[in-house]
Structure formats: C-alpha cells, structure tokens
Design a protein around this ligand. Sequence first.
Ligand SMILES: Cc1cc2nc3c(=O)[nH]c(=O)nc-3n(C[C@H](O)[C@H](O)[C@H](O)COP(=O)(O)OP(=O)(O)OC[C@H]3O[C@@H](n4cnc5c(N)ncnc54)[C@H](O)[C@@H]3O)c2cc1C
Length: 252
Amino acid sequence: MSAQAAPLPRTRHRRPAWHVATVVETRPETPNAVRLVLDVPTWPGNEAGTHVDVRLTAPDGYQATRSYSVATSDRGRVVLGIEELPDGEVSPFLVREVRAGDKLEIHGPLGSYFLWRPGQSNRPVQLIAGGSGVVPLHAMAAAHAAASDSTLFRLVYSVRTPAHVYFRDELAALAGPSFTVDYVYTRQAPPGWGGTVGRLTRDSLASTTIAPHERPRIFVCGSTRFAETVAAWLLDLGHSARDILTERYGGK
Ligand SMILES: Cc1cc2nc3c(=O)[nH]c(=O)nc-3n(C[C@H](O)[C@H](O)[C@H](O)COP(=O)(O)OP(=O)(O)OC[C@H]3O[C@@H](n4cnc5c(N)ncnc54)[C@H](O)[C@@H]3O)c2cc1C
C-alpha cells in the first residue's frame, strides 16, 4: 500500500535528466552490499528520499535499468548503497564488477512523494527500514541533521546481524536527542544485546514506534513484503493511511 501524501510545499524543482557518473570509490558496506561513490559533475542536487535509475548497456546493446535510492549527495558526489541479490541481473554486476574509474549512466533525481523536506511539518517522523531500505531513510536523517531541524525523528531498523547495518557510523553520528535508532536483529545480535533476536512483529513495532495519537508521519522502506507487512500493522495499530508512505524495493 502507499498512501497519498499531503501536497508538499513548493521547492526548487530539480528536473530529472540523464547524467554520466564516474565511479570514484566502491567499498564493502555489508557482507552482501557495496557503497558506490559517484562523481556526477552535472548533478543538480536532490531531496532526501529520491532515487536514480542506473542504466547498464552490454556490448551487444542490451540494456538493463534499476532504481537505487540516493544515500547522500554533496556537490556532485552521489552515494548509493547496493545490495547483491544472488540471482539478480543488475545488482551482482554493480556489487562485484564495477571498479573505480568506470562510467555509469544515471537518470535522476527521481521521486516526488517519498520525500522529507526540512520545515515541511512539525509532526514527529517515524522511519522504518528493512535491510537496504535504510538508504533513503538515512538520507532523510542526514537532511534533518543538516537543517538543524528539531522535529523528532525515530528509526526502527531491521537487519539480519550487526554486520548487515548500512551506514552504521553515519547513523551513530546522527543519533542524539532528536534522532534515535532502534535496531531489530533478525538472526544475530551484537554481544551484550539485551533485547530479543527475531523478526519484527506487530507488538515489537508497537513498542518501538511513535504512538498513533502523536500523529507521526511514517516512512517505510524495504522489500515489498517488508513494506506491505509493516504498513498493514501500522494501520492495525491505529495510524492513518494518509500518514504512511511506503517505498517498495521489489521481491516478494
Ligand atoms: C525506488 C526504488 C529504490 C531502490 N533503491 C535501492 C537501493 O538503494 N539499494 C538496493 O540495493 N536496491 C534498491 N532498489 C531495488 C533495485 O532497484 C533492484 O530491484 C535490485 O537491485 C534487484 O535488481 P536485480 O537486477 O539484481 O534483480 P532482478 O533481476 O530484478 O530480480 C531477481 C530476483 O530478485 C527479486 N527481487 C528484486 N528486487 C528485490 C528486493 N529488493 N528484495 C528481494 N528480492 C528482490 C525479483 O523478484 C527476482 O526474483 C530500489 C528499488 C526501487 C523501486
């Protein structure tokens, strides 16, 4: 499900376009994901939550395009976090084959509803991520901090193990009175972890998220199954469909 957002305030329009990106750095982000740092001199900037389409072209002309959220962008440096799906067409190439100096075609910035803008609302914000779905939510938390916005932000982040946390250091650095992270470890927790290990449930979601009566704006991102399951629980807990925005990365 994906609810309609309230109309967003007017902002400088950044028209999507094709850009040639040069890979500056590719580094392991988790055991099955990389962080790609791209140099895109023509990048117009982007709002937190937007994505790009990456288009690959084979020597025989065959093309494949997939969407990837922007984790951060700063003066033409665009950072993506890409998880490898073992039977996937595009992600194994991006994770295993791409090297610094390679050129990629990207189209963006894209997306007009799964966005967080500073000053948009003083209602609290609840972010809920599954795995690589944290990428656009990290962008929102970073934008929130950069704007010194005092809106309360909370992130519930479901990952397999501590090693599977994307942007671990960045999230730790962002944490403070107006931004907290609650981890849900589905397979293995860090030493000394006091909580339980296992999948997010309706009850654990209820206990770690902002209560419905506080009317949080909620951004959910992850696999299709994760996003749909969480959105259904949120409705069940009493949140309004108008307040729930989902970004589904695909899969079942
Ligand atoms: C708006 C948007 C933003 C996205 N941002 C990111 C991002 O920041 N990082 C990232 O890693 N991915 C992101 N994705 C997912 C990405 O676009 C691709 O779908 C993913 O990389 C798989 O592509 P592939 O070619 O490797 O797999 P495909 O060849 O397309 O699919 C292979 C198999 O995997 C299944 N599958 C596809 N996607 C998923 C999934 N997400 N989870 C589980 N199974 C899946 C398919 O159903 C199929 O069975 C985003 C998707 C969208 C729509």
